[in-house]
Design a protein around this ligand. Structure first.
Ligand SMILES: Nc1ncnc2c1ncn2[C@@H]1O[C@H](COP(=O)(O)OP(=O)(O)OP(=O)(O)O)[C@@H](O)[C@H]1O
Length: 454
């Protein structure tokens, strides 16, 4: 039986009480200030407020990393909640896009209610909306162009969070408008820290650094997304170690494009899928040999040296080898890569895999990789496949990155401590700079300056 529907709307005083219950801060904050002013005096209260502001400024100046990760998102979300997404403005935007319903009997307008605002990065806000009955995420998807204009945003994506609640991921502006220059090649090995190698910039304008030692990296991105630039940047940044034999490069290059240029500086290079499989077998044999050495010397972890170099396996288009190739090759690769993934970190056997489509064939092995990067992808589902559950809802709208050269190298990584996606852009290494890298490694090899790196 249908519930009878009244023609009267909810009373204003009840609406006000409900609003206050939902926004207790709106009463508590001014209430606390007034109580403090009356109890402690207005000068003391001013001192407390000023002291808090000064402490925040001190934190901002002294510890940019923790401030950006902890305080800034909360402060930004609060500010955005009460400026950009405040009632009348928000309602006007939704009204203009026809994203509201009208109560059949009372004629009352019903808007989706903002139940959560998160502003994990300076350029992306995530809103959770409780939508009125009769609406669905699909309606928002259909009206996205209008909503994007109405909210003066760069891009908006929609996710269904749970029944009755949808998420709007609002990218307010593009953090990267210029190409980032290729990393310089340091002359000396001690200028390189293998645990923190410069590969580009973050949306905060900080260095984007990736570990090479003891890590495995997975880079997903559609064709032309700029996957190569991440590897090339890493190699330039560690060039003196390749030159001095402290890093050995193992290359699987089934596509035979940019990486063929590196064949002459690679320790091993393979293009054909059977050769790639043999190369990975050899890589695992090397890993086993280091393990045997450890057992004899009682060591548990390598120190990078000419005798025990860091081995970096780069597999371009791993999907081609795992999904489309010969069944025996893909089975062998899966088995061997699992060994590298689980045991290679201690022995100095790191791997980097590039993939265009993180489909079900490549996703199972995704868990082997400790660092995952998602550049422009062709499907919303790919984002969570690469970065983990709810990464897209938290702002990693890698599927919304426009498909043109101006956006190549832009993508998302997950911050370690906060699990929040961060927009990054890799530096671009052009053909001449790749030739420079090759020449640098060759020239130095004749000089042979060996050193030990911790
Ligand atoms: N980091 C970057 N910054 C700016 N432009 C870039 C960057 N990386 C690549 N580009 C530009 O985008 C083009 C495509 O890049 P690239 O072929 O390296 O992408 P990819 O993801 O490796 O593609 P594929 O899977 O087809 O090899 C390059 O020719 C270059 O002009």
């Amino acid at each position: 039986m249908d519930t009878p529907q009244s023609k009267r709307t909810m009373g204003r005083e009840v609406k006000a009480a409900v609003w206050t219950a939902r926004h207790p801060g709106a009463l508590v904050a001014p209430g606390t200030l007034t109580a403090s002013g009356l109890e402690l005096g207005w000068i003391a209260t001013g001192g407390i407020v000023g002291g808090t502001a000064a402490a925040l400024c001190g934190w901002y100046r002294a510890h940019p990393d923790t401030f950006d990760a902890v305080a800034a998102p909360r402060m930004r979300a609060w500010r955005r909640r009460w400026s950009a997404y405040l009632g009348p403005r928000w309602h006007a935007a939704l009204r203009a896009c026809d994203l509201y319903t009208i109560h059949r009997k009372t004629g009352e307008e019903r808007f989706p209610r903002i139940v959560r605002v998160r502003s994990y990065s300076p350029t992306v806000d995530t809103l959770w909306l409780k939508i009125p009955q009769g609406q669905h995420a699909r309606q928002y998807e259909a009206r996205l162009p209008e909503l994007t204009e109405a909210l003066r945003a760069e891009r908006i994506a929609v996710e269904r969070v749970k029944p009755g609640v949808i998420g709007l991921i609002i990218e307010r502006s593009e953090a990267f408008t210029e190409t980032i220059d290729a990393p310089e090649m340091p002359q000396e090995t001690d200028a390189v820290n293998l645990k923190s190698v410069y590969v580009g910039e973050t949306e905060y304008g900080h260095d984007w650094r990736l570990p090479v030692l003891g890590q495995h990296t997975f880079v997903a991105g559609a064709t032309g997304a700029g996957k190569n630039s991440i590897v090339m940047s890493q190699l330039r940044a560690i060039a003196p170690l390749i030159r001095d034999g402290l890093v050995r490069l193992w290359l699987c290059d089934p596509k035979q494009m940019e990486f063929t240029k590196l064949a002459s500086i690679a320790h091993r290079y393979a293009a054909d899928e059977h050769d790639c499989s043999a190369l990975v077998d050899e890589f695992v044999n090397d890993l086993r040999a280091v393990q045997r050495g450890f057992a004899e010397n009682g060591k548990r972890k390598i120190t990078v040296s000419p005798e025990t170099p860091l081995n970096v396996l780069v597999i371009d288009e791993i999907g081609a080898l795992l999904a489309y190739g010969d069944g025996t090759v893909s089975r062998n690769l899966r088995k061997q890569l699992a060994i590298v993934g689980s045991q290679g970190r201690a022995t100095g056997h790191a791997m980097t895999a590039l993939v265009q489509e993180p489909t079900k064939d490549t996703v199972p092995i995704r868990e082997l990789f400790t660092t995952r990067i998602c550049l422009r992808v062709t499907s919303a589902a790919h984002v969570d496949m690469v970065l983990g559950e709810n990464a897209r809802l938290r702002g990693a709208i890698a599927d919304e990155i426009a498909n043109h050269e101006g956006t190549a190298g832009i993508g998302y990584v997950i911050r370690e401590r906060t699990r929040v996606p961060q927009r990054v852009r890799a530096a671009y290494v052009d053909d001449t700079e790749i030739d420079q890298l090759v020449a640098f490694v060759h020239t130095g090899r004749s000089g042979n300056r060996l050193a030990v790196v911790a």
